[in-house]
Each structure stands twice: as C-alpha cells, then as structure tokens.
Design a protein around this ligand. Structure first.
Ligand code: URA
Length: 433
C-alpha cells in the first residue's frame, strides 16, 4: 500500500477501506508517514468528507493507536462530558462538582487551551499547589473516595490524535466534521467512561459557525458512541458570545466558585443545570430532566457542590482555602475599563475576537510552547440583550502587560450595538440522543 495512492483516492472523492485507514493511522503514529503526506490527506478529507463507515474506521484506528484506560476499578456508572471548545467555557469546573455531589462518578481527562479557546487544565492550575498529573492508581482511588478527579491526559492515550491535531492546527485542517468527530470520540472512548455528554458549540467563537453544522457534528459523534455501546448524548449550545462573564484562567475559576455559591451568571447556570440533569439521567440517578434539574439546583443551594470542588482541589494537592475565599487569587498588575462610545442594545460580543484579545493580554497560548498568565483576562459587564449608555462600562480588562491599548480598542470593537431591542435566545438549543 502507498500513502500517495490513498491521498489521490480521497482527493478523487472515493471511499477509503478499513485497511487503508488503519495503514494511514499506524504509519503516521510511528512517523513512517511524514507530516506533509498526512496534511495532504487531511486537506482532501476537509474537501471531500468521509461517510459514516469511514468515520467509524478512523475513530477506531485512532482509539487503538495507544493505550486505553479501564475504569473498572471505580464502582458505579462513570460519566464524562466534553465541550468542542469555546470562550469563557468553565462549565466542567461547575458541572463536575455538581454531578459528583449527587453521587455520580466523574473521572475526567481534560485538555489545555490553544488559540482563542481556553482549557480546563490551565484554569485548574491557577489554584496554588493543584496538580493535574496523577498516577493511574491514585486517580482511581480519588474517584472512588470522593467521586471526582479532573486530570491531564497521559501521553500514551490516543497518540495519533496528539500528532494529528498539532498538524491540523497549523495546516488549516481543523474544521472538518470527520476529523473533529474522530478526534474527540477516540479520546473520549479511550478514557473509559460509561456515558458521554458532548457540548457541541456553534457561533462566532466555535469551530462550527452555524447550528446546522453543529447538529451534523453532534449526530456523527452520538452515532459513533452508540455503535460502541456508550450512552452518548449531545447538547447544541450558543457560542455567539462568551459563556458567562469571565474569560481568563483564574477569573473563570472564581466565576465557577461564585456559581457553586449560588451567584452564577444566568447562561452558565442554565447550561450547567440542564447539562448536569442530562448527566444524572445518563447515570440513572434520575428519570426526567425536571427531576435532575431540581437535584442539581439543590446541590448549589446546600453548598454541597462547592464542598465537592474543595475536596477535589485538596485531593489533588491544591490549597482549598481559595475555594472558600476567592479574593486570595493573585490579581494582575493592571486593570482597565472599556467604555461604550455609543448608546444601544448589545447584539453581539464576538466570542472569537474576545478570545483572541484575552490571548493577547496573556491569558492564552498562540503556540504550544507559550506560557500563560493565569491572572490575565476580561470580565464582561454587559451581555447580548443588555442596554448600554454612552460611556457606560462594557467590560474590565486584567493584565500584567505594559501596553495593551490596541487590545482595548479591539475589545471595544467586539461589542456590536443595535438601536432596537435584542431578544436573547436560550443557551441550549437542542438535545441530541
Ligand atoms: N477538539 C478536539 O479534541 N479535536 C478537534 O478536532 C477539535 C476540537
């Protein structure tokens, strides 16, 4: 078999066989197939797509490109959730403790942020002392003892995706439903949970710019999970503006803590209440969405979920006093206020642009090697639908960088105003199962 023939076959829009897909993933993982040939094939897939059968073969080949994790040592149903990536998305930090405080086990492997999207691991590391590298036995023990652990993915899990994602990131081949779905599902399936909830984002800050593409991506991933007998469901959620008010690592942890204290922003609370309820249904803790939402809300009111977060932080070596006193988080040296020069109603806060601005303030990485400033970021004072007066505060900006005047200008431009009142849609548009 020759890689060049496989590239030409896909370039011509033909279906690849299981043997061909296995050959590609095996050869690429072992570096026998060079990056230039793999990126050429990835581009042919971007243009010509893959059918359901091919996507299944690709997911399977990636899933078995390295180790898989067995969570059999953990009692009960193990749930997992995954977001396709957004701006201000701290939902895992809220949802994890919420479902764990309802008695459900969450053994979660998360990722780091890249580009305009943030990553749960970076956010967690803004809590002093907390480690995301835990030995497998300790990980299993922690989930058995307290019901929750959020850790980094080991290097031996789905190595094919590690290489392929890095290549796609620099060759313009990220936005492809077969490539995204096989990337996400191979990692989720390799991490061993019984159920998977996928938060598929659409809008300016997401890979999928519109709801129709997000629906196809969600359906594709749910079908892959079903095929492998995992209870897989998806929610389609709006990423046309950042989620919640905080963007940036420690700022988002503080917002997650506030949410578990009963003071969360409306969209984040709505997302976590509904998504949490679906995860409880998947774990067979409740039968209906309403029952699940009631249970989730009660865990915020009783502060049990906040205590669960503190337990997790302590178990992973972090200082849990920060959870009870978020004013302890280190603050950035400089704080600026961005004000509106017009009056009107906010009709858009471009999430992609806000994510990129946060990155330029120091909150994100442009390349994998960059270090990030955990205290940098943005706190929105207005959301879509809000009324704004001339000179009123749109947001606050936190950074340790000296001159950020051009970033402040760009942030202001990311707020689009309209003269007419703006209706606000729900955060979750559809549930797919
Ligand atoms: N997240 C992933 O893990 N993979 C993709 O391809 C896109 C988003």
């Amino acid at each position: 078999m020759r890689m060049v023939d496989i590239i030409i076959k896909k370039r011509s829009g033909l279906e690849l066989t299981k043997e061909e897909i296995d050959f590609v993933i095996k050869g690429f993982t072992s570096s026998e197939i060079p990056d230039y040939q793999m990126s050429s094939l990835a581009m042919a897939i971007v243009f010509n797509g893959m059918n359901k059968k091919e996507i299944g073969y690709l997911t399977n080949a990636m899933l078995y490109s390295g180790d898989t994790i067995s969570l059999k040592g953990i009692e009960g149903i193990k749930v997992d959730k995954h977001s396709t990536g957004g701006v201000g998305d701290k939902a895992s930090l809220v949802l994890g403790p919420l479902v764990a405080s309802c008695g459900v086990k969450l053994a979660k492997m998360s990722g780091r942020g890249l580009g305009h999207t943030g990553g749960t691991l970076d956010k967690l590391e803004s809590i002093p002392g907390l480690t995301i590298s835990i030995e497998k036995e300790d990980f299993i023990k922690q989930v058995n003892d307290i019901g929750i652990a959020i850790v980094g993915q080991t290097g031996t899990l789905v190595p094919a995706d590690k290489k392929l994602y890095a290549l796609r990131d620099v060759t313009g081949t990220v936005e492809s439903i077969p490539l995204i779905s096989s990337s996400i599902m191979s990692k989720k399936l390799a991490s061993g949970s019984d159920t998977i909830l996928l938060d598929v984002k659409f809008g300016s800050g997401a890979f999928m710019k519109n709801i129709d593409d997000a629906r196809v991506l969600a359906r594709t991933m749910v079908d892959i999970g079903d095929e492998l007998k995992r209870d897989t469901r998806a929610i389609l959620t709006d990423m046309n503006e950042p989620l919640g008010l905080a963007i940036g690592n420690s700022l988002e942890v503080i917002e997650a803590i506030n949410t578990l204290n009963g003071n969360g922003p409306k969209d984040l609370v709505e997302l976590c209440t509904k998504a949490g309820a679906i995860m409880l249904m998947q774990a067979k803790k409740v039968e209906t969405l309403e029952e699940g939402m009631k249970l989730i809300t009660s865990k915020i009111e009783s502060k049990e979920a906040l205590d669960k977060l503190a337990q997790m932080v302590k178990a992973q070596g972090g200082d849990e006093s920060y959870i009870y006193d978020p004013s302890k988080f280190e603050k950035a040296k400089y704080e600026y206020v961005v004000r509106s020069s017009k009056e009107g109603y906010v009709k858009e806060i471009n999430a992609l642009e806000i994510g990129e601005s946060a990155m330029r303030l120091g909150a994100g990485r442009a390349t994998k090697e960059d270090t990030i400033d955990l205290s940098a970021g943005i706190i929105l004072n207005k959301k879509v639908g809000s009324h704004v007066e001339v000179n009123e505060e749109l947001c606050r900006v936190f950074t340790n960088k000296e001159d950020v005047s051009s970033v402040l200008e760009d942030i202001k431009e990311s707020f689009k105003l309209s003269e007419e009142k703006v209706d606000v849609g729900p955060i979750i548009y559809e549930i797919i199962q």
